[in-house]
Design a protein around this ligand. Structure first.
Ligand code: NAD
Ligand code: UFG
Length: 337
């Protein structure tokens, strides 16, 4: 059985489906600070079996000890954490506590339970302001905000742990920009308040919840002047976790890989693709740059292919179609609640 922390969240829930499809039993630990309990019902429909769900916090050592005593957990996938860059600048202690302490508590509890297979959600944010795209796993790293620093610190903690105790099997997966939703539209990203990220914002404009998209600058050194990112379908990202777990079970060791497509799309290209997918016009205004934004980055995903045989399959049009289907479903749910 796999323990999935943060398993009712956006990426964790999609990974639960992929894990179940690969024959794994699941135990989800989530405190629901950024997700809803009814995701478990939807997962039951998609997985064909109800995952065990424990509402609780990864920083609760006694709870972790109970879980490890009660269930035969063989590996942990750790998604639980906070993820908003702006909020992390306002609340650094909360971010270090939840992200860094949360991971430390989990690792300590695993060690006590003699369990040593760990898959961690890292991020492309660990790369320094990238001059040289595509970004490779050995590109320089640094952090410019507490969220990014929490990922950097955890990556380093995991490297130290593996150096000291080489029998740990650890994957540090550096996600690029996950978007889209499961094609069933039963699970997806459900941001509270103003979405920070481009794709959910565009989807809300398309459905008429928001009047227009603010494009944060069109004077970057990119072909059309808007920022370019490596968008990755969340279902492809989820499958990357299965490939990483299989690799760890077979090879052991310490794995650090980018999960991205290897190609960048500009904000305007995303807007056009979403218009094609939804049949809606997306009005936009061009504003000034968002503080801290960089012009462009994308992954070199070749190591993931070489080591894991993993490669993205779903292109931008499908990402937009699935994000749109999910948005329509959220809209229906919102009006019927
Ligand atoms: P999410 O907020 O949708 O999911 C995180 C889940 O963890 C939520 O369900 C939340 O309730 C839960 N959680 C938070 N703190 C907890 C705690 N202390 N104990 C138990 N549960 C807790 O976020 P997501 O987009 O699915 O991201 C998952 C992971 O991937 C995070 O670590 C995030 O930093 C990382 N990541 C996300 C992105 C992205 O763009 N979404 C990019 C790179 C990395
Ligand atoms: N953008 C807009 N308008 C918006 C939102 C975004 O023009 O309303 C633009 C941004 O300027 C950027 C692009 O759309 O050029 C993508 O922005 P996102 O916020 O969707 O993604 P980022 O790459 O800026 O940030 C994401 C995560 C961060 C993480 C980072 C690196 O949100 O948490 O990737 O992994 F740190």
């Amino acid at each position: 059985m796999i323990l999935v922390t943060g398993g009712t969240g956006y990426i964790g829930s999609h990974t639960c489906v992929a894990l179940a499809q690969s024959g794994h039993d699941l135990l989800i630990l989530d405190n629901l600070c950024n997700s809803r309990a009814d995701v478990v019902d939807r997962l039951e429909m998609l997985c064909g079996k109800r995952p065990v769900f424990v509402k609780g916090d990864v920083r609760d050592a006694a709870l972790l000890a109970n879980i490890f005593a009660q269930y035969r957990i063989t590996a942990v996938m750790h998604f639980a954490g906070f993820k908003a860059v702006g909020e992390s600048i306002e609340m650094p202690l909360a971010y270090y506590d939840n992200n860094v302490n949360g991971t430390l508590e989990l690792l300590a509890a695993m060690r006590r339970a003699n369990l040593r297979t760990f898959v961690f959600s890292s991020s492309a944010t660990v790369y320094s302001d990238p001059d040289g795209v595509p970004l490779r796993e050995d590109s320089p790293r640094s952090a410019s905000n507490p969220y990014g620093r929490s990922k950097l610190i955890i990556e380093d903690i995991l490297a130290d742990l593996h150096r000291a105790e080489p029998d740990w099997r650890i994957a540090r997966l550096r996600y690029f920009n996950p978007v889209g939703a499961h094609e069933s539209a039963l699970i997806g990203e459900d941001p509270q308040g103003n979405p920070n990220n481009l794709m959910p914002f565009v989807a809300q404009v398309a459905i008429g919840q928001r009047e227009f998209l603010n494009i944060w600058g069109n004077d970057f050194a990119t072909p059309d002047g808007t920022g370019r990112r490596d968008y990755l379908h969340v279902v492809d990202l989820a499958k990357g976790h299965i490939a990483a777990l299989d690799y760890l079970n077979l090879q052991g060791g310490m794995l650090t890989v980018n999960l991205g497509t290897g190609r960048g799309y500009s904000v305007l290209e995303v807007v056009k693709a979403f218009e094609r997918a939804s049949g809606c016009v997306i009005p936009y205004k061009v504003g000034t740059r968002r503080p801290g934004d960089i012009a462009q980055y994308w992954a070199d995903p070749s190591l993931a292919y070489e080591l894991l045989g993993w490669k993205y399959r779903r292109g931008l049009d499908q990402m937009c179609r699935d994000a749109w289907r999910w948005q329509q479903q959220c809209d229906k749910r919102g009006t019927s609640d």
